[in-house]
Write a protein that binds this ligand. Structure first.
Ligand code: FE2
Length: 259
């Protein structure tokens, strides 16, 4: 079976390219489950209930997030009502939402989708390594196909998580940097791995934001307000082929579209 994971959907340019192409990707690539990171889908910062509904309505099955998940206040009440919208599991337990869901893919196979967040150059959450151990312990052994979005800044933290999860999940991919990496591979025990899937949004930018503003911020150290960029829109995703009988990945490849 095939899992599609779309990298960080950034603002309306990112949402539009996904809306235009998702159905054709699903049919051409025989996708059984479509997942996307949507933590930057609302103007680059956070996600709203309306945008989440829009993304589900165009055919995404599960949405993951990251450090911007709580940016928009209206998402707090929505998270407990919409279990297909995940937030990193290693935020405090008393916060709304959850970081794991088991869903039925189009081919009828149960798939666990999990979302955790790194701690280096990121908010001080609980340990993602120990938290993912707890999530995995809570899963039924029947659920063999398991996908993890590890939202983290540091390549070494992500690679370490890949080895931590090797043989225990079907795939772990990274998000957050908005820069796609070319290191996709299958680790020794059958876990597909990629350090970062990259952004789905405007690449004529500094990781999605208008480049003049981002540059001014670096040049002056002033708290310049960032706006989302509009041009050079690309969709970056990864397609993972999994043997549903044992949960082992049999293929991983990058998938990109230029708008
Ligand atoms: Fe992020």
């Amino acid at each position: 079976m095939n899992l599609l994971f779309i990298g960080d959907i950034f603002a309306s340019p990112g949402r539009n390219i996904v809306a235009h192409h998702l159905q054709e990707i699903i049919s051409e690539e025989k996708i059984d489950l479509a997942i996307a990171n949507a933590e930057n889908s609302a103007g680059g910062f956070g996600i709203t209930p309306l945008i989440a509904q829009e993304l589900f309505s165009i055919g995404l099955d599960v949405l993951t997030t990251g450090n911007h998940v709580f940016d928009k206040k209206e998402i707090y009440d929505y998270l407990p009502r919409e279990p297909r919208l995940l937030r990193p599991a290693n935020y405090a337990d008393e916060l709304p939402g959850a970081g794991c869901i088991v869903v039925k893919a189009r081919n009828g196979v149960q798939v666990a989708v999990m979302n955790i967040q790194g701690r280096v150059y990121m908010p001080g959450t609980d340990c993602p390594f120990r938290k993912i151990d707890l999530l995995l312990k809570g899963l039924s052994p029947e659920v063999k196909v398991r996908f993890v979005d590890f939202h983290a800044e540091l390549t070494s933290e992500k690679m370490a998580m890949g080895w931590h999860l090797n043989g225990r999940v079907s795939a772990m991919v990274g998000t957050h940097t908005h820069i796609p990496t070319a290191d996709e591979r299958i680790l020794s025990e059958g876990t597909a791995y990629q350090t970062d899937v990259g952004m789905t949004g405007p690449y004529d930018s500094v990781i999605g934001s208008e480049k003049g503003l981002a540059l001014r911020r670096f040049l002056t150290a002033l708290p310049v307000r960032l706006d989302s960029a509009k041009h050079g829109v690309e969709l970056h995703a990864t397609i993972i082929e999994v043997d549903s009988a044992n949960g082992r990945a049999t293929g991983i490849r990058r998938y990109a579209l230029h708008g």
